[in-house]
Design a protein around this ligand. Structure first.
Ligand code: GTP
Ligand code: MG
Length: 369
C-alpha cells in the first residue's frame, strides 16, 4: 500500500518530526524520522493535528458509471458485513473456521463449505456476512475507491500475547474507516491467558472496555474450545441492529471484488460482495477494467445460485478478465454498455500509465544533465 515518511508528513503539516514521533508513540507506534507510515496511520496522525487527509481515488477503474439514486421506499434491512482483523497468529482464521463450522453443523448437517474468502452464517434467524481479513492493502485500496465494505470490525487479540503492532494497525484502520470495533479476546483456554492484561493494553489505545466504563465490547473467546462464540455472534447482531443497515434489492447490483483469480477450467473467477441491488445470472457487469455477462454464480456453500442480494458473497463466472481485489463492480443495463465502459477505463488507464512513464523518463533525463 501507499506510505509516507514521518519526515515528509511533518513537512506537509509544518510541524517538527519530533512532535509527530511523540504523537505516534501515543498511538502505540514506535517510529523514527525516516520511517514510512501507512495511509491510515498518516490520516489519524493528521487528524490529531487538525488536518484532513484526502485519499486519492483511483478513478481509472471507477469512472464512466452513472450512480443510481435509491428511492428511500425501496430500502430494506440487509445483513451486516463483518471483517476479522488482528495480529498474525492471534487466531483470525481459526475463529472464522470455528464460527462457520458450528454453524454448518447446526444448520445443515454434513454440508461441505467451500472456501471463498467470505461466507454467511445465520444466528438467531439473522444473517451475518464474514470476510476473511482482506490484507491491509486490499482494505486500503477499497477505501481509496470509496468502497466501505465492512460494517463491523472484529479485532482478534490473543490473550496470551496481548496487543501487538498489527493489532494497533488494525485499530487505526478501523478508526480511520469509522467502523465500530468488537474485540474478541481469543485463546482464553490457554493456561497463560491474561484477558485483563489485554483489556489494560487496549485502554492505552483508546479502546476502553464496557466493564471499565468505556464503550468497547470485549468478548473472551476460544476458537479451540468454542467458548464465547455464541456471545460474540450476539454482540455482532446487537451492534448491527443499532446501525439499521439497509439496501435496495430492486436496483442493478453494485459491490466490491473481494478476491479474483484465473481458474484453468472456468476462466476468470471473482468473489464479489453484493452491497446493493440484486445480481442475477445473465446480468452484464463491469468490474474495474474487466467486463462480461454473469454466466454462473456459486454461493459460500458451493451451490449454484440464480441471484444474490445485498450483503451476499458469491463467486461470479463470466468475466473477460481477472479484476483486482478492491475493484468495484456494477451491473449495467446491457452488454454494450459494459463493454464500452470497460474499454473507456482501459484507454484511460493506458493513458495514465503512459503519462507516468513519460514523467519518469523526463526525471531521468533531468538527473543526467
Ligand atoms: P495469520 O493468518 O497467519 O495472521 O494467523 P491467524 O490470526 O489467522 O491465526 P490462526 O487462526 O492461523 O491461528 C494461529 C495459531 O493459534 C494456530 O496454531 C491455532 O491452532 C492457534 N489458535 C487459534 N485460536 C486458538 C485458541 O482459541 N486456543 C488455542 N489454544 N490455540 C488457538
Ligand atoms: Mg489466518
Amino acid at each position: 500500500g501507499d506510505t509516507i515518511s514521518v519526515k515528509d508528513l511533518a513537512m506537509k503539516m509544518n510541524k517538527s518530526a519530533g512532535e509527530l514521533i511523540k504523537k505516534l508513540m501515543g498511538l502505540g507506534v514506535m517510529a523514527t524520522i525516516n520511517q514510512e507510515v501507512d495511509v491510515e496511520t498518516a490520516e489519524i496522525l493528521a487528524n490529531e493535528f487538525g488536518f484532513e487527509v484526502d485519499i486519492k481515488v483511483d478513478e481509472s477503474t471507477y469512472d464512466f458509471i452513472e450512480e443510481i439514486e435509491d428511492d428511500p421506499a425501496d430500502l430494506v434491512p440487509r445483513p451486516c458485513v463483518v471483517t476479522v482483523m488482528g495480529h498474525v497468529d492471534h487466531g483470525k482464521t481459526s475463529l472464522l473456521d470455528a464460527i462457520r463450522e458450528s454453524n454448518v453443523t447446526a444448520s445443515e448437517a454434513g454440508g461441505i463449505t467451500q472456501h471463498i474468502g467470505a461466507y454467511q452464517v445465520v444466528h438467531d434467524g439473522k444473517k451475518i456476512t464474514f470476510l476473511d481479513t482482506p490484507g491491509h492493502e486490499a482494505f486500503t485500496a477499497m477505501r481509496a475507491r470509496g468502497a466501505q465494505v465492512t460494517d463491523i470490525a472484529i479485532l482478534v487479540v490473543a490473550a496470551d500475547d496481548g496487543v501487538m503492532p498489527q493489532t494497533v494497525e488494525a485499530i487505526n484502520h478501523s478508526k480511520a474507516a469509522e467502523v465500530p470495533i468488537i474485540v474478541a479476546i481469543n485463546k482464553i483456554d490457554k493456561p497463560d491467558a491474561r484477558p485483563e492484561r489485554v483489556m489494560q493494553e487496549l485502554t492505552e489505545h483508546g479502546l476502553v472496555p464496557e466493564e471499565w466504563g468505556g464503550d468497547t465490547i470485549c468478548v473472551p473467546v476460544s476458537a479451540k474450545t468454542r467458548e464465547g462464540l455464541e456471545n460474540l455472534l450476539e454482540m455482532i447482531l446487537l451492534v448491527a441492529e443499532v446501525q439499521e443497515l439497509k439496501a435496495n434489492p430492486k436496483r442493478l447490483a453494485k459491490g466490491t471484488v473481494i478476491e479474483a483469480e484465473l481458474d484453468k477450467g472456468r476462466g476468470p473467477v471473482a468473489t464479489v460482495l453484493v452491497q446493493t441491488g440484486t445480481l442475477k445470472i445473465g446480468d452484464s457487469i463491469v468490474a474495474g477494467t474487466a467486463h462480461g455477462k454473469v454466466r454462473a454464480m456459486i454461493d459460500d456453500k458451493g451451490r449454484r445460485v440464480k441471484k444474490a442480494g445485498p450483503s451476499t458473497p458469491v463467486e461470479v463466472l463470466g468475466l473477460s478478465d481477472v479484476p483486482q481485489a478492491g475493484d468495484i463492480f456494477h451491473a449495467v443495463k446491457d452488454d454494450k454498455t459494459a463493454k464500452t465502459i470497460s474499454e473507456k477505463r482501459l484507454a484511460k488507464k493506458r493513458e495514465e500509465e503512459l503519462k507516468a512513464t513519460t514523467k519518469v523518463s523526463l526525471d531521468d533525463l533531468f538527473k543526467q544533465i
